[in-house]
Write a protein that binds this ligand. Structure first.
Ligand code: ZN
Ligand code: ZN
Length: 393
């Protein structure tokens, strides 16, 4: 199919590369993807698709009916947003928007899905309906949730949904599919410790919150190592500590700590919440101080549905061969808001290899760039997936 896709339109690879580099040059962050979504909508309309815009602010949905009418409604999703990151690349298509960069490859995801829409619109050899979903604000801003709140699954009778992310750790030409957990949940927290500030030379007159913070930081290390099941994965990272005014001789009144928890299972997250609450409250109490912890809603874990993951695996195995199709490698502790779609509909989210060398920059690196060579492979995966899920009778 890859060969066929390329033969039928050598132009398609160069079109995808052109779209991708244009998006890379003009990146737009969460809910500001106005130029991007206009470009996407214009391209989909040119293909003759029914197009809906403004879903979840800047989200776009394109609808394509197959040759054969059938009660089969599949959704393919790409994300469109850039990162708040200053690009350090110097090539011609480097970002023109200072402080904004396609450092996660969503430019490539958008181009591959547009490529698949083009190929399928030219040759709609499938039964049922395909919904091309271009989502805003994946990077920590819950664009998926916003599209759902805006009625995505009520307005369109989507039965299954599929996603794909490029993966710099995986060689170009390869895929990875997980049955079950792919990406972790992330939930932030803020801890506030209040002691009694005063003179640095008179520690007996104060209640030093820095000492309490130090005890707490150590105690928090036991939550994963001593409370979580040793066969489950979890991470608690303290990422900020603030206390004091800059003076060498003043013990502060308060210290705040901030961090994030990453887990795959809800029960693990609840256990961690309980342990953190207890440690915060009682560590402070043991030092005659007060402390509180506030948990922030983050992203839920991305858990593939086994039957749909199995189907994706068969498709990538046929596309690139068993040696280049990886089944159930280690999941990532990164987060992905495609997770919210999978809470409501069966589906799967897979990785496509992006690397040509071991030195290739990681996701979110200021030197990252999506690998244009994989554009036809990604588009071919989408096409093959549609044809396998909704074969003509
Ligand atoms: Zn990212
Ligand atoms: Zn991403």
């Amino acid at each position: 199919m890859l060969a066929t896709l390329l033969e039928r339109g050598k132009d398609l690879h160069s079109n995808m590369q052109e779209w991708r580099r244009d998006l890379h040059q003009y990146p737009e962050i969460a809910y500001e993807e106005h130029r991007t979504s206009q470009k996407v909508a214009a391209q989909l309309r040119q293909l003759g698709l029914e197009v809906h815009t403004g879903i979840g602010e800047t989200g776009v949905v394109g609808i394509l009916k197959g040759k054969q009418a059938a009660d089969r409604h599949l959704a393919l999703r790409a994300d469109m947003d850039a990162l708040k990151l200053t690009e350090l690349n110097n090539f011609a298509h480097a970002s023109c928007h200072h402080g904004q960069m396609h450092g996660c490859g969503h430019d490539g995801h958008t181009a591959m899905l547009l490529g698949a829409a083009t190929a399928l619109a030219r040759h709609p050899e499938f039964a049922g309906t395909v919904y091309f979903i271009f989502q805003p604000a994946e990077e920590g801003e819950r664009g998926a949730l916003r599209m759902l709140e805006d009625g995505l699954f009520k307005r369109f009778p989507i039965q299954e949904i599929y996603g794909m992310h490029n993966w710099p750790g995986l060689p170009a030409g390869e895929f990875a599919v997980h049955s079950g957990p792919v990406m972790a949940a992330i939930n932030g927290f803020d801890i506030s410790i209040t002691g009694k500030g005063g003179h640095g030379g008179m520690p007996d007159q104060v209640n030093d919150p820095i000492i309490i913070a130090a005890q707490l930081i150590n105690a928090i290390q036991t939550v994963i190592s001593r409370n979580l099941s040793p066969v489950h994965s979890g991470v608690i990272s303290l990422t900020q500590i603030q206390g004091g005014s800059g003076a060498y001789n003043v013990i502060p009144e308060t210290v705040t700590l901030r961090g994030a928890i990453r887990t795959f299972y809800k029960a693990d997250l609840e256990l961690i919440y309980t342990r953190l609450r207890t440690l915060v409250e009682y560590t402070a109490a043991a030092f005659n101080a007060k402390a509180s912890i506030k948990f922030l809603d983050g992203a839920t874990a991305t858990i593939n549905h086994p039957a749909q993951a199995e189907r994706c695996y068969q498709v990538v195995k046929n596309l690139v061969g068993a040696d280049k199709a990886h089944w159930n490698p280690e999941p990532s502790m990164g987060a992905e808001d495609f997770a919210y779609f999978l809470l409501e509909r069966p589906g799967a989210y897979i990785w496509i290899g992006n690397s040509n060398s071991p030195q290739s920059p990681a996701l979110h690196s200021p030197y990252y760039d999506f690998n244009d060579e994989i554009l036809p492979l990604g588009a071919a995966y989408w096409v093959k997936l549609v044809q396998s899920l909704s074969p003509l009778p």
